[in-house]
Design a protein around this ligand. Structure first.
Ligand SMILES: NC(=O)c1ccc[n+]([C@@H]2O[C@H](COP(=O)([O-])OP(=O)(O)OC[C@H]3O[C@@H](n4cnc5c(N)ncnc54)[C@H](O)[C@@H]3O)[C@@H](O)[C@H]2O)c1
Length: 394
């Protein structure tokens, strides 16, 4: 199949990601069928699409009301029944909850009803594409297509090769991402978290361990991080995303990578008290009066206990592991993915020059927190990082 053969796309799940992905596909001219398990969920998704088209496109003069109405009336259909959704599609993008059992059920059903040529993509944030593909009889046509939130505004799509994904499926998904106006990055191996979430995981584990040590306040750490140019404090961001989500991610890393990723005790306790962050009004911070203001004068307090380059060091270490394992060929792709996926001004390798002794810092973190995941990886240990980066950039 060629990307030009794609005329109709199914989006499965009309939630936070699904409705946004459907908007992007409509704007690129595709026919879209949006499917959820109940009519009320479908209706909620369609309503969210209409509201966002009005707020971010019509009122800003990017689209006219007529253009939006035409897309919504002529290109968009909806479904609850999988057979109705899948019978005449060329490509599907699954955005149902991050639970393997549900994903497998959806892929099993899709495989039953979608035409033989159709490619089945998953927007999973972390989970194994190879495992999801096992629910189908077409694992060569199952691929990861990891979008970022909100899909209308974030440019990055990670295109992930499962063990059995064919090169043709990778290429069509890559080309489709471009036609949707996005920047695709190829992930050559199906590893937990792919690029962006994988690299963020050790930094989150580090911030959790720091919280558990309890000798510096989260606000002081956030003040310090913001004073060195981070747009939002790390703990504030965890609250913003939802502590339950960040905890689930770390749990999945603990199951699939190393028990060093076990979520922080302080955060687990907050979750068990129902304090999940912004959405419940309380988390690490109190959100009951709106977004908490970080007192930037507290940064000095944290500086004695915490070096703001520590999370960057463990991210670089993880990024090098991805190169060593041939998950990504070119280090520039990792920098691009992190910049676009996390809205950061620089990627991990762009920041290498800021370290005098990366290996020493990683060794001290591994010791301080008793976590092997922070130990310098082979290339860094052997002092060969520069050579590796140069050889891969050629
Ligand atoms: N929210 C994010 O920031 C983000 C970013 C990237 C990727 N993702 C991934 O995207 C996926 C969806 O996340 P979300 O935040 O949109 O979740 P969500 O909970 O907002 O939406 C999920 C939707 O799927 C529906 N659903 C449940 N079972 C279904 C089924 N069998 N068939 C069709 N629809 C079904 C639900 O009713 C709901 O409307 C997850 O895998 C998540 O990890 C999320």
């Amino acid at each position: 199949m060629n990307v030009d053969d794609i005329k109709k796309i199914a989006v499965l799940g009309a939630g936070a990601m699904g409705h946004g992905i459907a908007m992007v596909a409509l704007m690129a001219g595709y026919n879209v069928v949006l499917r959820d398990i109940k009519q009320e969920f479908v209706d909620k998704g369609v309503k969210a699409m209409q509201e966002e088209f009005d707020k971010f496109y019509v009122s800003k003069g990017k689209l006219t009301e007529e253009e939006v109405a035409k897309m919504m009336n002529e290109q968009l259909t909806t479904a609850v029944d999988m057979k109705d959704a899948a019978s005449d599609i060329d490509f599907s993008i699954e955005a149902v909850p991050e639970i393997m059992k549900i994903k497998k059920e959806v892929f099993g059903d899709l495989d039953k009803y979608a035409p033989e040529h159709a490619i089945l993509a998953s927007n999973t944030s972390m989970m194994s594409i190879t495992e999801i593909a096992k629910a189908t009889n077409r694992p060569d046509k199952v691929v990861g297509m990891h979008w970022f939130n909100p899909p209308t505004r974030m440019q990055l799509i990670e295109v992930i090769k499962g063990e059995k994904t064919s090169e043709e499926t990778m290429q069509v998904t890559y080309d489709l991402s471009k036609k949707l106006g996005k920047v695709p990055i190829r992930v050559e191996k199906d590893v937990t978290g792919f690029i962006v979430n994988r690299i963020s995981a050790p930094a989150n584990a580090l911030l959790g361990a720091l919280l558990d040590k309890g000798d510096v306040s989260p606000e002081a750490v956030d003040a310090l991080l913001m004073s060195v140019g981070q747009p939002m404090g790390a703990y504030l961001l965890m609250d913003y995303v939802g502590l339950d989500i960040s905890c689930e991610t770390l749990k999945y890393c603990a199951e699939t990578l190393s028990s060093d990723y076990e979520p922080s005790k302080v955060i687990s306790d907050l979750i068990s008290k129902g304090q999940l962050g912004m959405k419940t009004g309380k988390g690490i911070y109190d959100w009951s009066q709106g977004r908490p203001k970080i007192d930037e004068s507290k940064s000095a307090e944290a500086a004695e206990k915490f070096d703001p380059m520590e999370p960057v060091a463990v991210q670089i270490n993880e990024a090098v592991k991805l190169l060593e394992q041939d998950v990504v060929k070119n280090p520039d792709d990792i920098d691009t993915a992190v910049k676009l996926g996390l809205n950061m001004p620089m990627g991990p390798f762009d920041m290498l020059g800021m370290f005098e002794d990366l290996k020493g810092l990683l060794e001290s973190l591994a010791k301080k927190y008793n976590k092997k995941i922070f130990e310098p990886t082979k290339t860094i240990k052997e002092g060969k990082l520069k050579e590796l980066l140069e050889s891969r950039r050629r």
